[in-house]
Design a protein around this ligand. Structure first.
Ligand code: PMP
Length: 405
């Protein structure tokens, strides 16, 4: 297989020994993205959206061109429906504070799933606390699936917001978002998709999905940290109050009142992360140059290989679905008798980076009856050789701690 693009990632030549399998937490950055950010600061740096001079216009163009790229990537019809945020967390909080607090009342319900990341739980707990609405959970089976009955019975006439992760950051399972969105709309609720773990790995079309909001994080898809995006249907964005207030997001300010800028600027208060947005634009160009079809196929091959090889080790239990296709880039597991943090530390001694802990999904882990797990997650630049190194390192874990194979 051609993995020429590995040379685009300076970190891999800096640490040739390293096997990086924590891509669900954040991905590595290609030179093309780093250079685009540097180029922005060296050749176009000015405060975008403020000045009328040439350099500021250049900065504004670079920033707005990144917005177009995000819109094209996720199939938004109008780039104005893309709001830059710091990350998925901020995007979901924006919806909660702006839409949630202004639309929900006592007796209303917000429906999420038990497998959500804390970023898609805590904002809704806040809305529920402040409005008297109730937070309702759709439960899953052992394989991580939400049944059609669960969708049918939990989303009711009381439901006003449904928010669901497209791909779980723990189970790796792809959720039935189309069915959830359809059901939400049938009861007059809005549907939000947490796209943190889907956008980097598969084709997404928000228009086809017909979701009302879609959140993503740049750093999980080759872009710098500190830049993310929220897609929202224009109809909703127009009627929503601002989330943060201050500079940039206004039209006129009087002593006691203000009118706000047009969407999307209404939601982008203060000086924006233009360098980050340019980096995200460059990351999207890079992803498009490889192709999401290729990325999805390659990751499926890598996960299949990983699961097959893990199957050779009888003391490993994989959490979630039994088939490789149940795991979208993410394999969460336990090593019998060994604490997940010890597993990750022993792997680290062998230069293998995996994640151990609750993965910001404590309600899910409680539901699964564990305090912590290990998680290996791939991106298209990983190789079978790296997976062999991971397996090799795993075979040493129990021996290090004095257990038999
Ligand atoms: N949702 C999911 C499914 C995630 O995996 C993550 C990141 N682990 C987040 C939300 C939050 O992303 P961020 O920290 O970039 O805001």
């Amino acid at each position: 297989m051609n993995c020429d693009f590995r040379t685009d990632f300076p970190i891999f030549s800096k640490y040739p020994e390293m096997v990086y399998l924590d891509n669900a937490a954040t991905t590595q950055k290609p030179r093309q993205v780093n250079e685009a950010v540097t180029r922005f600061y060296e050749e176009a740096n000015a405060n975008p959206l403020r000045g009328v001079y040439d350099l500021s216009v250049k900065a504004t163009e670079a920033y707005e061109s990144a917005r177009e790229k995000v819109a094209n990537l996720i199939g938004a019809k109008d780039a104005s429906e893309i709001i830059f945020t710091r990350n998925t967390t901020e995007a979901l909080n924006l919806i909660a504070y702006s839409y949630g607090l202004s639309h929900l009342h006592e007796g209303d319900e917000i429906v999420i799933t038990i497998m959500e990341h804390h970023s898609n739980i805590l904002p809704w707990q806040m809305v529920a606390r402040q409005t008297g609405a109730k937070l309702v959970y759709m439960m899953i089976d052992k394989e991580g699936r939400i049944s059609p009955e669960e969708i049918e019975t939990k989303i009711t006439d009381r439901t006003k917001i449904v928010s669901i992760g497209y791909v779980s950051n723990v189970m790796g399972v792809l959720n039935p978002v189309e069915a959830v969105i359809k059901k939400a709309h049938s009861v007059g609720a809005i549907a939000i998709v947490d796209g943190a773990q889907s956008t980097p790995h598969m084709k997404v079309d928000v228009t086809e999905l017909d979701c009302d909001f879609y959140a993503l994080s740049g750093h999980k898809m080759l872009a710098p940290m500190g830049i993310g995006a929220l897609y929202g249907k224009m109809k909703l964005l127009l009627e929503m109050p601002p989330f943060l207030t201050g500079g940039e997001m206004i039209e006129y300010v009087e002593q006691q009142s203000a009118t706000f800028a047009e969407v999307p600027h209404k939601f982008e208060a203060g000086t924006v992360n233009a360098g980050g947005a340019v980096g995200l634009g460059a990351a999207i160009d890079y992803i498009n140059s490889i192709g999401l079809d290729y990325i999805e196929k390659r990751e499926a091959e890598l996960v299949k290989y990983m699961i097959e090889r893990m199957g050779e080790l009888p003391y490993i239990e994989i959490i979630g679905g039994s088939k490789p296709c149940d795991h979208h880039g993410i394999v969460t597991f336990m090593v019998k008798d060994v604490h997940p943090h010890d597993v990750a530390s022993i792997l680290d001694e062998q230069h293998v980076c995996i994640r151990a802990g609750h993965h910001c999904a404590q309600p899910l882990l409680k539901f699964l009856g564990v305090n912590a797990t290990d998680r290996a997650s791939v991106y298209f630049y990983n190789t079978e050789e790296e997976i062999d190194r991971f397996i090799d390192a795993l075979t040493k874990v129990r021996g290090y701690l004095g257990y038999g194979a």
